[in-house]
Design a protein around this ligand. Structure first.
Ligand code: AMP
Length: 269
C-alpha cells in the first residue's frame, strides 16, 4: 500500500498507464478506522481493481465550537488497518494540500443540506460537498463508497453527483453496529461506560419508531418517547425525512458527545 500525502503524488500515482484502465473505488474517511469503514473498504475491494482510501479530518465540515481539535486520530493504526484490508492507496493529505492559501470556492448543497444535520451544524454539508467534489475530481473513481449511517450525507452527495454530472457511482453500505446495537462511530471512544449505556437508547428508540411505523402509528412519537425517558441523553432532533429514501433520523447529545443514527422506514417486519 502506498501512503500518499500530496495532491501531486496522488495524480502521479493514478496517472494512466499502458494497458487496460483499472476501475477505481474511493472510500472517503476521516480516519480512526473501525469496522464501519472496513465494510466500505471490503465492498470497494470486491468491486474495483484499485482501492483508494482518503484519510482527512476535513476542517471545513466542523463548525466553531465543534470537536475538530478533539477528533480521534491514530494514523499509525489506520495505516496498518488499511494495509491489512487490501487498500492500494491511502491518501492522507494535510489541510494545506486540500485548502491551499487563497482557496475560495465552495460547493454549497441546496435544500437537502439545510435541515436536520444541516440546521444543527451550519456549513457542515458545504464542507462535505466541497471535499467530496475535490476527492472525486482528484481520484476519478468509478465508484465511491459511503455509509448509510450518515444518511443525510448520502442524500447530499447523491444530489451533488446528479446536479454536477460527476461521473461516479455512489455505493451506499449498511450501518455497521456493535453487538449491543450502537452504530459504530469514531466518536464512540469519547463515551464513558455510563454514557455508552445511555447511548443505547438511540438505536432502541429508532427500532421502536420503525416498529410503530410498520404497525401504522407515528414513528417520530414512538422514538421520541423512548429517548425522552432516558435521562442520560438530550435529544437534538428526531424526524422523518427523505434521506435517499424514507428515513427516521435522530441526533442526541450524550454528555459532550453528539451521536447520530437512522433507520430506513420500510414496510416489512
Ligand atoms: P467518517 O470517517 O466518520 O467521516 O466516515 C467515513 C465513511 O464511513 C462515511 O461514508 C460514513 O458514513 C461511513 N461510516 C461511518 N460509520 C459507519 C458505520 N457504523 N457503518 C457503516 N458506515 C459507516
Amino acid at each position: 500500500m502506498k501512503v500518499i500525502r500530496s495532491v501531486a503524488d496522488l495524480r502521479a500515482a493514478l496517472a494512466p498507464t499502458p494497458g487496460p484502465t483499472p476501475s477505481i473505488g474511493l472510500v472517503p474517511t476521516m480516519g480512526a478506522l473501525h469496522a464501519g469503514h472496513l465494510s466500505l473498504i471490503v465492498a470497494a475491494r470486491d468491486a474495483c481493481d484499485l482501492v483508494v482510501v482518503s484519510l482527512f479530518v476535513n476542517p471545513a465540515q466542523f463548525g466553531r465550537g465543534e470537536d475538530l481539535e478533539q477528533y480521534p486520530q491514530d494514523e499509525v493504526r489506520d495505516i496498518a488497518t488499511a494495509e491489512a484490508a487490501g487498500v492500494d492507496l491511502l491518501f492522507a493529505p494535510n489541510a494545506e494540500q486540500m485548502y491551499p492559501d487563497g482557496f475560495d470556492t465552495w460547493v454549497d448543497p441546496g435544500k437537502v443540506g439545510t435541515y436536520l444535520e444541516g440546521s444543527a451544524r451550519p456549513g457542515h454539508f458545504r464542507g462535505v460537498a466541497t471535499i467530496c467534489t475535490k476527492l472525486f475530481l482528484l481520484a476519478k473513481p468509478q465508484r465511491a463508497y459511503f455509509g448509510r449511517k450518515d444518511a443525510q450525507q448520502v442524500a447530499v452527495v447523491k444530489q451533488l453527483v446528479r446536479d454536477l454530472e460527476l461521473p461516479v457511482e455512489i455505493v451506499v453500505c449498511p450501518t455497521v453496529r456493535d453487538a449491543d446495537g450502537l452504530a459504530l462511530s469514531s466518536r464512540n471512544v469519547f463515551l464513558s461506560p455510563d454514557e455508552r449505556l445511555a447511548a443505547l437508547a438511540l438505536p432502541r428508540a429508532l427500532q421502536a419508531g420503525l416498529a410503530a411505523h410498520r404497525s401504522g402509528s407515528d414513528a417520530v412519537r414512538a422514538a421520541r418517547a423512548m429517548l425522552d425517558a432516558e435521562p442520560g441523553l438530550r435529544v437534538d432532533y428526531v424526524a422523518e425525512a427523505d434521506l435517499d429514501g424514507p428515513t427516521l433520523a435522530a441526533a442526541v447529545m450524550v454528555g459532550s458527545t453528539r451521536l447520530i443514527d437512522n433507520v430506513v422506514l420500510d414496510a416489512e417486519g
